[in-house]
Ligand binder design. Structure first.
Ligand SMILES: [Zn+2]
Ligand SMILES: [Zn+2]
Length: 263
């Protein structure tokens, strides 16, 4: 898969099943040119994120593997970080303390509700209200200046939660905000294996990203080595059909373009 990158994956240090080295070996086997490990960092206590005392372990392992496998694959140091409004200072301090290549900003919480792991509160609000809350937070995350990539842009649809009325304006405002704040959106193929059975983002938002010239990167959100680069052939086709000719990669938080080659 020449030129292909997978920028979103989890290991045993957060909620993944496999070790860093197992992930690296599989990425090489799948023929990726570049991979980014992005374990969860969450400032709220949860059982699916990195334990803070493991932070030095994460850094030293990734830096060691970068060197060990440098002739076979480019390894990037990423994190997937939960955005919480009002905690920007703490989030920034955390990010600045780690030598990351990129930061994925994700929304997994509406208030204290971890809506992508706990389905108990669906129905308490209308779906339109949930969309408004969720995309409002995505916009705040984009404006915060903390992140390089917005993670799984329309995660709110994960359990087949769809708006009751047309949300094009909310979507468009979100994409414009992401563009204005110079962020990248990932085409996260993991959504295909969730109840929604669609990429994050889905076709409409993807088309809006193209129309507003928001750069894209590619990711699988793998939680096991075998999921690395899942559905990438069709993902690349979808991106090219919409009109994208490039994706982007990161090194030391600096962006570069990568030609999108059909696989
Ligand atoms: Zn996530
Ligand atoms: Zn993830």
């Amino acid at each position: 898969m020449i030129g292909m990158v997978d920028y979103h994956m989890h290991t045993v240090l957060s909620d993944g099943r496999d070790t860093y080295e197992e992930m690296v070996r599989m990425a090489i086997e799948k023929g990726l040119d570049e991979m980014g490990i992005s374990d969860h960092i969450c400032l709220k206590p949860v059982n699916w994120a990195l334990q803070m005392e493991d932070m030095p372990v994460m850094t030293s392992q990734i830096l060691d593997l970068k060197v060990k496998y440098k002739d076979q694959i480019t390894i990037r140091y990423g994190i997937e970080m939960d955005y919480f409004p009002g905690m920007e200072k703490e989030l920034k301090e955390m990010i600045d303390s780690i030598p990351v290549d990129y930061v994925i900003g994700s929304i997994h919480f509406l208030g204290d509700w971890n809506f992508d792991t706990d389905q108990s509160l669906y129905g308490k609000w209308t779906n339109d209200e949930l969309y408004e809350k969720y995309f409002g937070l995505v916009q705040q995350a984009a404006k915060s200046g903390l992140f390089d990539i917005i993670g799984h842009l329309d995660l709110i649809k994960k359990f087949r939660i769809y708006p009751e009325s047309n949300q094009d304006k909310l979507f468009e405002d979100t994409i414009k905000t992401i563009k204005a704040h110079n962020l990248v959106v990932e085409l996260n193929t993991g959504g295909m294996d969730r109840p929604c059975a669609e990429y994050f983002p889905g076709p409409k938002l993807l088309e809006m990203c193209y129309r507003h010239q928001v750069p894209m990167t590619l990711s699988s959100d793998a939680h096991q080595a075998v999921q690395i680069a899942r559905h990438f052939e069709s993902a690349v086709n979808v991106l090219s059909q919409i009109g994208f000719t490039e994706i982007v990669g990161f090194s030391n938080r600096i962006r570069r373009n990568i030609r999108l080659l059909k696989v």
